[in-house]
Design a protein around this ligand. Structure first.
Ligand code: SAM
Length: 259
């Protein structure tokens, strides 16, 4: 076995990696970064038949983590500056993240629009469910805004990352492994779910069940071309939906229709 790591240089930006995040993680991705608009994806070995293609480069043992970290810069989203833990300065608006292998550095548009949507909702003293918490970014922002937050994720690595990041920010977040079933029987003032269209459509009945009667659902991770499908699924279970389309992604806000 060769020592060191392998990096796959893509002719595409980090969006392409984030689109295939689950397959690449399953294949053994240990990190990803964007430099000059091009993504670099890190592995411990060179692999065939990946979901993305590019040019392979071998890195000496000590170089790979440095290279990955070098590509992650602080990014502004909502009222936060999302900052990799190794670049933290202690600024008041800083949300410090060590994403590990979990999704949610804040560089992705679907995360940024959720942070903006959360900013627009009074959260002090409210209850929030972050479904698919990844790095914990949305849960932490909600907790720092004064909410009581429960965060769940089906990926154990995300549970680990979110727990660590909550502690890093002094945010009180209850993190659990699993999906919406983990909180069955409870309701929340705000449910934020940055997932994907198929999962959101499938979980629509459960999402309605966990939404308080005057609660707000914020759903993201929906490509513009599939927003109609998610909207229909949410309306079908009795939610009133407002959709806001960006260049590529649509954010859906929903409340119970009987209000
Ligand atoms: N919330 C973070 C953000 O906004 O950047 C991460 C979002 S990432 C796109 C989606 C996350 O949802 C992943 O961490 C994935 O493991 C998790 N996930 C996927 N399906 C899920 C499900 N059915 N229930 C709970 N979590 C799920």
């Amino acid at each position: 076995m060769t020592s060191g790591h392998w990096v796959l240089h893509l002719d595409a930006d980090l969006d392409e990696v984030e689109r295939h995040w689950a397959e690449l993680s399953d294949a053994g991705m240990v990190g990803a970064a964007e430099v000059d608009g091009r993504a670099a994806v890190y592995f411990t070995e060179r692999l065939e038949d990946l979901a993305v293609a590019g040019r392979w480069e071998h890195l000496a043992a000590r170089d790979w983590q440095e290279c990955w970290r070098a590509g992650l810069a602080p990014v502004r989203a909502g009222r936060w500056t999302l900052t990799p833990s190794w670049l933290a300065t202690g600024a008041a608006d800083e949300l410090v993240l060590d994403p590990g292998q979990a999704f949610g550095t804040g560089h992705h548009e679907t995360t940024a629009v959720c942070l903006e949507a959360l900013d627009a909702i009074p959260l002090e003293g409210r209850t929030v469910l972050d479904l698919g918490t990844g790095s914990g970014v949305l849960a932490i922002a909600a907790a720092l805004a004064g909410a009581t937050v429960t965060a769940v994720d089906t990926d154990p690595l995300a549970v680990e990352a979110a727990t660590g990041n909550a502690a890093r920010n002094g945010a009180r977040v209850t993190v659990a492994h699993g999906s919406v079933g983990v909180v069955a029987g409870r309701t929340f003032d705000v449910v934020v779910a940055n997932l994907d269209s198929a999962t959101l459509a499938r979980l629509a009945p459960a999402l309605r069940e966990v939404l308080a009667s005057d609660g707000t659902l914020v759903a993201s991770g929906v490509g513009n071309e599939r927003s109609h499908e998610v909207r229909t699924a949410l309306e079908h279970v009795g939610l009133e939906v407002v959709a806001t389309a960006g260049d590529e992604w649509t954010l859906l806000r929903a409340v119970r229709a009987e209000l």
